[in-house]
Write a protein that binds this ligand. Sequence first.
Ligand code: TYD
Ligand code: MG
Length: 432
Amino acid sequence: MCGEWNTLVEEPMAARKTGKSPARARKRGHAAGPTSILRNVGGAESARWTTGINEFDFVLGGGVVPGSMVLVGGEPGIGKSTLLLQVAARLQARPLRSLYVSGEESALQVKLRSDRLTDGAGDVELLTETSLETIIATAAAGRYDVMFVDSIQTVYTEELEGAPGSVGQVRECAARLMRFAKDSGTAVLVVGHVTKSGGIAGPKTLEHIVDTVLYFEGEGTAEHRVLRATKNRFGSVDEIGVFRMSGEGLVAVGNPSELFLGDRSRDTSGSAVTALMEGSRPLLVEVQGLAAKSGYGTPQRVATGYDSKRLALLLAVLERRAGLSFSQMDVFLNIAGGIRMQEPAGDLAVATALASSVFDRALPTDAMFIGEVGLGGEIRPVAQVERRLAEGAKLGITRAYVATRGVPQRPVRGVTVRGTATVQELFETVFA
Ligand code: TYD
Ligand code: MG
């Protein structure tokens, strides 16, 4: 499709790749390269640079790895520049020499934002530039430890014809920055914009090139932001860090569950709590469902933070297996706090929140629901249920509904766990 990323193929790149094929290489008479026995390879993983912004360090796997390249993707306005300037300030203070390259904002704009939001960024060196050649030359001459490039879409190389931001330019510039990082040992952190519709536009092409991909996400209106690792050569993926936006910039949130449950709507129908595993950590979230009699035309189905196909499927299951009718209802589903619920473990909370709204019966605020829902309405066990229950217990959950086969062997302190076979059976219990 036109106007979308990843739809163009750059011919010159393809040509260069075939040039490297073994058969061609032999014909051209390349010399054989040196090999080494894996066991005898020297060196150790270099120490990481911690920023002291705990959630940022955690998502990276323990801090910034020297010579690595990190892509920070996210929608415009989500807070990428603010985050990276805060990181630059911390690294500069260690002290590590940090260069912040801005292709989007003037030096004054960056300074004004820094005065407002990023304490201590005053010593960071700034370069407003979009020419890749100049950027790399500057970074090399200055022997910086860390370079920030904001954003990859504004940078261009003279060697290619395309405009800045085109797939070819973005990819080539990223590849050259990656090479620079590896050759120089400078850590390179790059901002990449993502469009709302395209999911991961532009940066998708870059994911293969860079070492680590972090996404910065959140609802525009909500005050928190989630940083998520989707690729990490130096740590595990799917780890998240939660930040709160403030007048003094981003503040790392130590206990995200508390934040997400904090402003839970109490005693209203349509609200159910579940525990998701985000990387290695459990996270409590509130699912909000609203089923309301629709006006004319096709009833609406609107899901925020949840897959709309999955919602359609659960609605069908609830109709067929639990006798609820949504045919004349608009259905809205929202995962509170701007969290994107990708795990099937949240199905049961979604189903229960919707049923709660239909019956207009509030669920107990100290209950949570953990389980996948199958097409037959059966509740299926999910992994790591103990850890989810323990996180619930910390935040005042005293009863949990899980699959019959999902009841943990050992009791979890403070939580009464009840195993249930089907959604229908569950509804008979909780809405009795
Ligand atoms: P910005 O970092 O410029 O977003 P991006 O680089 O992803 O486009 O942030 C957008 C706006 O939000 C900017 O005007 C600053 C403001 N902001 C705050 O006031 N407090 C905060 O904690 C953050 C992260 C941003
Ligand atoms: Mg920005």
